[in-house]
Design a protein around this ligand. Structure first.
Ligand SMILES: C[S@@+](CC[C@H](N)C(=O)[O-])C[C@H]1O[C@@H](n2cnc3c(N)ncnc32)[C@H](O)[C@@H]1O
Length: 284
């Protein structure tokens, strides 16, 4: 089978199973297996695949036909211009979450201006998953900030370690059920916690349902994690410290209410590029 035939074969197989974006996914898969760019395929369409590569290609197609997201098959996702290793243990970092990172960068820069020269500000990324938020912040803010990331399981923290090495980031990593193993105080606590209502999960696309349930399930009303984070974050924030949260499109009022009830100040929200409420920020 040559490259041209492989692409045709793969697209046909995915189309038969109504897998969307077949063309894009097949080229991403082949590009990953052959270690070549998609442009390479245009000029070298007649080049034959080795038997080993053909086997890997067919295995990849089977996974895609079973609604495994392409990112889990090729083990990568881009976020904030950095590449992250992902597998079935972690949520695939979403473009909408970049808004949260961008806002935290703005807040962090204000803190940095006020800090003494050479003194780092401290940021905690709670529920870090692949480490996408914390590692991006650490790379963008450089020596001006020290970022600690945490998540509930060691398997997940192992993935953060892979991504930290991959991106040459220097950060603290803690396995913790929310704040249970967190010590010290932070200038900014950022989190994209699980926030999907339990009953809604089964209505989501099959691909999303193949992401870890522990990354999605926010309890009956989707707010379980916000209740715990909003209440406890205050103990771990420095004076004037910020809490920055990603939220679901229908959760702004509820999360703002929780923040008010817990005496946070200067509460504001921002929408994503699709016009949906996406983040809520407040300080103490
Ligand atoms: C929505 S995902 C977000 C992942 C990542 N921050 C991102 O934006 O791509 C939520 C994360 O919360 C973690 N998590 C779930 N329950 C937790 C708990 N009790 N304590 C800490 N982390 C938890 C999951 O393992 C998952 O990585």
């Amino acid at each position: 089978m040559n490259i041209k035939e492989a692409i045709r074969y793969g697209i046909e197989k995915l189309n038969k199973n109504n897998i969307d974006e077949a063309n894009l996914k097949i080229k991403m898969l082949l590009s990953y297996i052959l270690g070549k760019t998609k442009e390479y395929f245009v000029i070298h369409g007649d080049e034959s695949l080795s038997l080993d590569d053909e086997l890997k290609f067919k295995e990849g197609i089977n996974k895609l036909n079973n609604n495994i997201p392409i990112q889990y098959v090729i083990h990568k996702q881009e976020f904030m211009g950095y590449e992250f290793y992902v597998d079935e243990n972690v949520l695939i970092p979403q473009p909408d979450t970049e808004i949260l990172v961008e806002e935290v960068v703005k807040i962090a820069k204000e803190f940095i201006k006020k800090h003494k020269k050479g003194e780092e500000i401290k940021i905690l990324d709670l529920c870090t998953g692949s480490g996408a938020i914390g590692i991006s912040l650490s790379k963008i803010l450089g020596d001006n900030a020290f970022v600690t990331v945490s998540d509930i399981s060691e398997d997940i923290i192992d993935i953060v370690e892979i991504n930290s090495r991959k991106n040459l980031a220097n950060l603290g990593m803690v396995t913790s059920d929310l704040f249970d193993n967190i010590y010290g105080k932070y200038d900014i606590i950022v989190s994209n916690p699980p926030y999907i209502e339990t009953d809604v999960i089964k209505t989501l696309s099959k691909e999303v349902q193949n992401e870890p349930i522990i990354a999605l399930d926010g309890g009956q009303d989707g707010l379980d994690f916000y209740r715990r984070i909003v209440k406890d974050a205050k103990k771990f924030l420095n004076e004037n410290g910020f809490l920055a949260l990603e939220i679901g499109y229908n959760q702004r009022e509820s999360v703002e209410k929780l923040l008010k009830e817990n005496n946070y100040k200067n509460i504001y929200s921002q929408k994503d590029l699709g016009g949906n409420d996406r983040i809520v920020v407040a300080n103490i």
